[in-house]
Design a protein around this ligand. Structure first.
Ligand code: 6GU
Length: 223
């Protein structure tokens, strides 16, 4: 998978892709992420990429021309499955969306800033608008990192233990059951006996029951 990320602040997104699982995915050649600084597509000498809104009002608008030039140049080089605009106005990211995107080959992520982008960029290029939740960030960069992380970890071969993505919270609309490791007893708190029993059918049944119980308690909307 190749992800091209367009932003005015690409520096903000460097470290997540240089660390841990995402780094390993890149090193294995399973994912590549390319950053594009929007100011490189500015058409004036001040490298301007935003301007005042027509009709007035507070805040600046990201201009159509630099964004159109940048996206058009990328599109001339390969076919993109989706051109995704990260915006609080988008549909809320969930595991199903991450699953769907994880089987794509080429994606563009556009990070919004200021009041947002000129509507004509949406009309010309954007195929999906994604938000990471009902709150406002200073820009789409952190949201782009969240989206990339949720998608890249699902690419086959990225996680060491293929099972582990399958038992994630949300993978089957249930939260995860409690987990324990050594020691068996700590400050009077004991590991549930069933987990020490070696009876795998019973363990799976307990885990499922606990997952249902915890989901009812914390996220009844999922059931
Ligand atoms: Cl994608 N962008 C911004 N600026 N804020 C957000 C968001 C995105 N998702 C949630 N809040």
């Amino acid at each position: 998978m190749r992800i091209d990320i367009i932003s005015v602040l690409p520096e903000l997104m460097e470290s997540p892709f240089k660390t841990s699982i995402l780094r390993r995915a890149m090193d294995k050649g399973l994912a590549e992420v390319h950053f594009h600084h929007l100011r490189d597509w500015s058409t004036n000498k001040h490298r301007q990429i935003d301007d005042e809104p027509y009709g007035g009002g507070a805040g600046m608008v990201m201009m159509v021309e630099p964004l159109d030039k940048c996206i058009s140049e990328l599109k001339s080089q390969r076919n993109y499955d989706e051109v995704i605009y990260l915006t609080p106005d988008g549909i809320t990211l969930n595991q199903k969306i991450a699953n769907t995107l994880s089987i794509k080959n080429n994606l563009i992520f556009l990070c919004g800033h200021y009041k947002g982008i000129d509507q004509r960029v949406r009309d010309l290029h954007i195929t999906k608008e994604i938000s990471i939740g009902d709150y406002v960030l200073t820009g789409g960069e952190l949201a782009a990192c969240v989206l990339a992380d949720s998608v890249i970890r699902l690419i086959p071969g990225v996680l060491n233990d293929e099972q582990s993505a399958l038992t994630d919270s949300f993978q089957d609309d249930l939260l995860s059951p409690p987990i324990y490791t050594r020691p068996e007893s700590y400050k009077g708190l004991e590991v549930p006996k069933v987990l020490l029993s070696g009876n795998f059918a019973q363990i799976e049944e307990w885990r499922h029951e606990e997952a249902v119980r915890i989901t009812k308690e914390k996220r009844p909307d999922l059931l």
